[in-house]
Design a protein around this ligand. Structure first.
Ligand SMILES: O=C(O)CCC(=O)C(=O)O
Ligand SMILES: [Fe+2]
Length: 208
């Protein structure tokens, strides 16, 4: 009998889109039907949170929902907030293991973001927290609505656009976090939701 994990395994014999240094997009790693099934599974299964952060002295809710999943004890800190990890479900563990095997990275943490519609977003940032190490390798899987992903070279401010489709897997490695920021801007015309999964390797001895 097929299990949910059989339906959702990303495959990597797919088309590759080349991007600025350090970014690689593997297109269609999950068929749209499977990506849709996984999207709805995660909507139900994740313990969604909408943390509040302080920006310029003002407390605001982040414009999306999040769930942080990781090996035991691997806390994640950003913008002054600490997220305690949820345990791996069988489905996410299987996907994590597949991605670890494919990319040769022992992923041990996953940040899941749910953009309910085009009003939800993520501002310019680099994933450069010390616990990710100097040149982290992050595998980012997109499910649901297609959204624009922007990369901005820190020195030249040149902006590169990438349309992330359901089932695409974007790999950010090498100098991608050192040389670039990235963002997911608001797109009010998008009415559908999107879930993004970023698999990371958190250095256990760096957790504060
Ligand atoms: O939703 C995306 O594609 C980007 C997510 C992201 O940049 C992050 O989780 O750090
Ligand atoms: Fe990011």
């Amino acid at each position: 009998m097929q299990s949910v994990t059989d339906f959702t395994m990303p495959l990597f014999n797919t088309k590759v889109k080349s991007l600025p240094n350090g970014f690689i997009c593997h297109q269609n790693t999950i068929s749209s039907v499977k990506a849709d099934a996984l999207y709805h599974y995660l909507l139900d299964e994740c313990a969604w949170q909408q943390p509040k952060i302080v920006i310029y002295g003002k407390t605001v809710s982040i414009p999306r929902l999040q769930c942080y999943i990781a090996d035991e004890g691997l806390e994640y800190q950003y913008s002054g907030l600490t997220m305690a990890p949820e345990p791996w479900s069988a489905v996410l563990l299987a996907i994590k293991n597949r991605l670890s095997h494919t990319f040769g990275v022992p992923f041990n943490a996953l940040l899941v973001n749910w953009y309910r519609d085009g009003q939800d977003s993520m501002g310019w940032h680099s994933d450069d927290e010390p616990e990710l190490g100097r040149e982290p390798c992050i595998a980012s899987l997109s499910l649901g609505a297609s959204r624009l992903f922007k990369m901005r070279q820190k020195q030249t401010l040149q902006v590169y656009n990438l349309q992330l489709q359901s089932g695409d897997c974007l790999l950010m490695s090498g100098r991608s976090q050192l040389d670039f920021q990235h963002s997911l801007p608001k797109q009010p015309s998008v009415k559908q939701g999107r879930i993004n999964l970023t698999f990371r390797y958190v250095l256990p001895h760096h957790v504060r």
